[in-house]
Design a protein. Structure first.
Length: 397
């Protein structure tokens, strides 16, 4: 599908205003047995008539196609994570309006045993993304906590299917890719985003960058690197699932969304060679240790990327001009901090009080969302179960 045709479809399926009276809103719904351990799932389009969807669409046909799409997505997820338990998926909502549960900037949102999507999301996901959004949100339903590691794991699933997702979500992967697999990736990244897009369309810039032709050799190189990263992606997923609260805390504390992937990389990959002197390494370690211990991000709500802060300090204070050498040195210190002599990962949080406080703050956010008046009964029950499971995680800290 070309950009013009996609724009025509998306422009007539944009998120609308919430209805004034939710209680009287019509609701088209049907249950489908999706198999793959999912069982029966409720698919619905609230406001199908109120928002005029019935003028162009057969509702039963839309629900049937959505059920078939999700059946295929769950099979893909099971293939990617054969050891995982069944996805707790009970409800799929095609939501014509934007609100607190599905913001205008979002494509979709996995809440409590539920996936909510906009009509435009289905169009883009079906015609452009290969249903990667649905796969992404399905994985979210299986995760035990919240935070950046959840996105890292879900985007890691997306980049396996198409290397263009790595460009779109580069903050999660770029440094591991550059230091261990593809030193030329920063150039490719700049070229990917240097391509012109049309700003006056309802099709977002990210979708246009994904659709527009890009250098085939660069895509092949990145695709090969993703294959090489597979053990690292899998290791990161195991670390995240083993200690989800600690993983989320450390990502927040350091301001580094890629931290768990970086720890996985230094745990299982040979470190790249360095040329810096022992004296400079010692000076660099002092800076690293000081910055990585700071807790301003969790205590004061700052959003400071400690990794970038460390790398810039090394550049200006230690006169380390080679960005690749600085990045490689950073990974040496990560290994010393988080990996034991036998290669075992140690997600040790030194400030236990701050860890517990962080976990409780995230729990409070989830509890407030669980009280949102327009959650469905399915979501309310699943929210209560999720909150209890998080309390159990926090008690085990």
């Amino acid at each position: 599908m070309g950009l013009g045709e996609l724009q025509r479809l998306v422009s007539s399926h944009l998120p609308q205003r919430p209805p004034q009276d939710f209680q009287s809103l019509d609701r088209l719904e049907q249950d489908f047995d999706l198999g793959e351990g999912a069982g029966r799932v409720n698919f619905s389009i609230p406001g199908f008539q109120t928002y005029g969807c019935n003028a162009c669409h057969q509702g039963e046909d839309l629900l049937g196609k959505s059920a078939e799409r999700m059946k295929n997505v769950l099979a893909r997820l099971k293939s990617a994570f054969p050891e995982s338990a069944a996805v707790p998926f009970k409800q799929y909502i095609i939501q014509p309006w934007a609100d607190e549960l599905l913001a205008p900037r979002q494509f979709a949102h996995a809440t409590f045993d539920t996936i909510r999507v906009f009509p435009r999301t289905i169009l883009i996901d079906s015609h452009v993304y290969g249903n990667a959004t649905h796969l992404h949100e399905s994985l979210h339903l299986t995760q035990r906590f919240v935070g950046a590691p959840n996105e890292l794991e879900a985007y890691g699933l997306n980049i396996r299917s198409d290397p263009r997702f790595l460009f779109l979500n580069y903050p999660y992967f770029a440094d591991v890719l550059t230091a261990f697999f593809l030193a030329d990736f920063p150039r490719m990244l700049n070229e990917f985003f240097a391509r012109a897009v049309k700003e006056d369309l309802d099709v977002s810039r990210e979708v246009q960058w994904f659709m527009n032709p890009f250098d085939d050799s660069s895509l092949r190189s990145v695709s090969g690197a993703v294959e090489g990263m597979e053990p690292v992606l899998s290791a990161a997923s195991r670390i995240i699932r083993d200690k989800p609260v600690q993983a989320s805390y450390l990502s927040e504390q350091t301001g580094d969304v890629s931290l768990l992937l970086e720890i996985a990389a230094v745990a299982i990959l040979p470190l790249p060679e360095l040329t810096v002197s022992d004296e400079m390494r010692s000076q660099a370690f002092v800076i690293f240790d000081t910055q990585m211990r700071k807790t301003d991000n969790t205590r004061l709500g700052y959003k400071i990327d400690r990794k970038n802060e460390i790398l810039l300090t090394w550049k200006h204070l230690l006169k380390m001009d080679d960005p690749l050498e600085r990045l490689r040195l950073y990974f040496y210190f990560l290994k010393e901090r988080f990996v034991g002599p036998g290669g075992d990962v140690r997600l040790v949080v030194e400030d236990k009080e701050d860890l517990v406080a962080y976990g409780n703050r995230e729990l409070d956010k989830i509890s407030r969302l669980a009280q949102f008046e327009r959650l469905t009964p399915v979501e309310k029950k699943a929210a209560a179960d999720f909150i209890e499971s998080i309390k159990k995680e926090l008690r085990a800290l």
